[in-house]
Design a protein around this ligand. Structure first.
Ligand code: ZN
Length: 328
């Protein structure tokens, strides 16, 4: 209705004084031009919708468990590397054209999960969406805080939580408890070091790094709004083996986590419980984060298994299959 009204006024103002004399002819042309313009505008909206979800391309395996021969660097949790503008312009895989009559893309082994299209900047309030993209480029609103947060110390013993007041969204709790139980039954000793982090908690951490090491802050901490921990579905795991492997007493985060028995088990099995490794080695260029073998995000069993089996990671999948989000 709004379009029609605007079109009618447009036609009356610009065309009728020049072209039309009779009232009957004016009525006829109003309907005719209104129909043409209406069709044009509706086609524009339709194109936007149709372009929102290109088909899933075949991705080359990125090797989640690939091991470099170079000694990995010691990094802090939440470490960032690339300049934000650089990251934003790195779509490394171009989706196949949709018009191909005989598609050569092989179907994925498991059902392809559907991701919710990303809204405009002011709508970057993920709600219950498990697939919200968070990178050094694409951040979350300062107002976003998940509503179903639980305290893990209420559900797990101190030899898992180490007494830290770690929080997690309820939606990921049961799968986590099952995963921890299965790890313990396999003789492992998983630790949970960090979970939900609010926007303000991340801001405090960011300001601390800026104050103490201003030149390195950009590579030592995620800016507020740019940490997956704000989603409440992300956990950092630890292992009692890490200190000995690294040779530093009490160290909690180190790339060598991938060598611990807990790290190896998680890399191979976490997807069966819905958790995915957000930052494998191959993710650095696209996400702006170093390899973080301890950092897992809950996305549900279907998506996590799909990512594991296709050898890709969440951000890579999102940038191909979801419309590019705006930068706040
Ligand atoms: Zn983390």
């Amino acid at each position: 209705m709004e379009y029609y009204t605007e079109q009618a006024e447009f036609v009356n103002f610009y065309f009728f004084p020049l072209l039309v004399q009779s009232a009957a002819m004016k009525t006829y042309l109003t309907i005719w031009l209104g129909a043409v313009l209406g069709l044009f505008l509706l086609t524009g909206c339709g194109l936007e919708t149709a372009a929102s979800l290109p088909p899933l391309p075949t991705l080359a395996p990125t090797g989640l468990a690939a091991v470099s021969t170079l000694p990995p660097p010691t990094v802090n949790e939440g470490t960032a590397v690339a300049d934000a503008t650089t990251v934003a312009q790195l779509p490394i895989h171009t989706p196949e054209p949709t018009a191909t009559a005989t598609p050569t893309v092989t179907p994925s082994p498991s059902p392809t999960p559907t991701a919710t299209p990303i809204g405009p900047c002011e709508a970057r309030m993920p709600g219950d969406d498990l697939f919200t993209i968070v990178t050094q480029t694409y951040g979350l609103s300062r107002d976003y805080a998940p509503q179903d947060i639980v305290l893990l110390t209420d559900y797990l013993p101190v030899d898992v939580t180490l007494g830290y007041p770690t929080e997690l969204r309820q939606v990921a709790l049961a799968p986590l408890l099952q995963m921890i139980a299965d790890m313990q039954n396999a003789g492992l000793q998983p630790w949970i070091l960090s979970g939900y982090r609010s926007y303000s908690a991340q801001a405090i951490s960011w300001e601390k790094w800026n104050r103490e090491e201003p030149e390195r802050a950009a590579i030592l901490s995620a800016r507020p709004g740019h940490s997956e921990h704000q989603l409440g579905t992300t956990l950092d795991f630890g292992s009692p083996e890490l200190a000995e492997i690294v040779g530093i007493e009490d160290i909690e985060f180190h790339t060598y986590f991938y060598q611990t028995r807990e790290g190896i088990w998680l890399a191979e099995n976490a997807h069966r419980y819905g958790f995915t490794l957000s930052y494998p080695r191959s993710a650095q260029e696209l996400t702006g984060f170093f390899y973080e073998p301890w950092h897992f995000r809950y996305v549900g069993e279907e998506m996590a298994t799909f990512l594991y089996e296709s050898g890709t990671y969440l951000t890579e999948y999102q940038l191909i299959n979801q419309p590019e989000p705006c930068i706040p």
